[in-house]
Design a protein around this ligand. Structure first.
Ligand SMILES: *[C@@H]1O[C@H](CO)[C@@H](O)[C@H](O)[C@H]1NC(C)=O
Ligand SMILES: *[C@@H]1O[C@H](CO)[C@@H](O)[C@H](O)[C@H]1NC(C)=O
Length: 301
């Protein structure tokens, strides 16, 4: 190999960290013609260089909005408006109950989502596997490997996310990362010290308060040793309950901006903050408009 000219060497050595994508669980009903998702759509349309993965969920899975009397047309309109945006992909929600749910039922859900593409023209990109196993378990690994292959090769939905929430023990997710999902959501927790009752952060004290010791400290004190920095680009973080205070910072836009910057700096693959839970994209301070703008900014756009 030829020696590189100095200018190129400098360029190579100052390569920036890659961007953090948005991973948004959007579990609300789309409403008439997708009207309930209008702010999500405009937030993402205003930030075309932000790569976003939006998880939709009819009824703890694909449900059947296309049955007689169902609101299939609203789901098609809402999901298509998102999927047709540049750099936005839409994922269907399927739960596995820690790889104990009957495999045939899970496959039926995957097939049902795949039919959104083939029968209804919605450009779904993949599947979000909720309640993914978080512990070392060889039959669970086989189950997840089979399922991932099925989703990609048979259902032809290329993007696969697992959500174990947090590893049960140090290194427990290694075998799952090795299967090669696009993302594993390895940290799902709350920001606020006190639950507001709407934020899925109850009972108080049952979760780890996010970054109560400073920006990026939850990642540094948990993910670094429990997951490993080598997996950061394949890892996502979901933080709900961004309201009130975490005991150190109040939940302002400035705090949110610093939180997102700390995540980008560490090279985490995808993240989101929401004010309440997964059905309130418009509620501030962490409403989707603010989150999309600030994450795009943190990525250096
Ligand atoms: C998608 O995102 C990439 C990376 O930020 C960007 O280069 C590209 O221009 C975006 N695509 C569109 C259509 O904006
Ligand atoms: C995984 O797939 C193999 C081959 O298709 C099958 O024999 C096995 O039963 C499957 N295991 C699980 C846990 O689904």
């Amino acid at each position: 190999m030829h020696a590189l000219p100095l200018s190129l060497l400098l360029l190579t050595s100052t390569a920036t960290v890659s961007a953090t994508d948005l991973l948004l669980p959007l579990y609300t009903d789309p409403g008439s013609n997708g009207a309930n998702w209008a702010t999500v759509q405009s937030a993402l349309a205003n930030n075309p260089s932000l790569t976003a993965r939006v998880v939709i969920n009819v009824d703890n899975g694909p449900g059947n909005p296309f049955a007689k009397g169902g609101d299939g047309a609203n789901w098609v309109a809402g999901a298509s408006a998102l999927a047709d945006l540049p750099n936005v992909s839409v994922l269907g929600y399927v739960h596995t109950t820690q790889a104990t749910r009957a495999y045939t039922k899970v496959i039926a859900d995957v097939n049902s989502w795949a039919s959104w593409v083939t029968a209804h023209g919605v450009a779904l990109d993949g599947i979000f596997l909720d309640e993914a196993p978080a512990s070392v378990c060889s039959s669970c690994v086989t189950y997840m490997r089979n399922l991932t292959t099925y989703i990609r090769d048979t259902a032809e939905l290329p993007f696969v996310v697992y959500n174990p929430g947090f590893p049960a023990t140090v290194g427990a997710l290694d075998d799952y990362y090795a299967i090669g999902p696009d993302l594993i959501n390895a940290l799902e927790t709350c920001f606020a010290e006190t639950s507001d009752g709407e934020d899925l952060c109850t009972p108080a004290g049952s979760y780890t308060i996010y970054d109560e010791d400073g920006y990026g400290t939850t990642i540094d004190s948990t993910l670094e040793s429990w997951v490993g920095t080598q997996y950061y680009s394949q890892t996502s973080i979901l933080v709900h309950g961004f309201h009130g205070t975490n005991g150190l910072y109040s939940a302002t836009s400035a705090t949110l901006s610093s939180e997102l910057q700390a995540i980008v700096e560490r090279g985490i693959g995808a993240a989101v903050f929401t004010t309440d839970q997964w059905i309130t994209p418009d509620v501030g301070p962490a409403d989707i408009t603010t989150v999309a703008d600030l994450l795009n900014e943190a990525n250096g756009a």
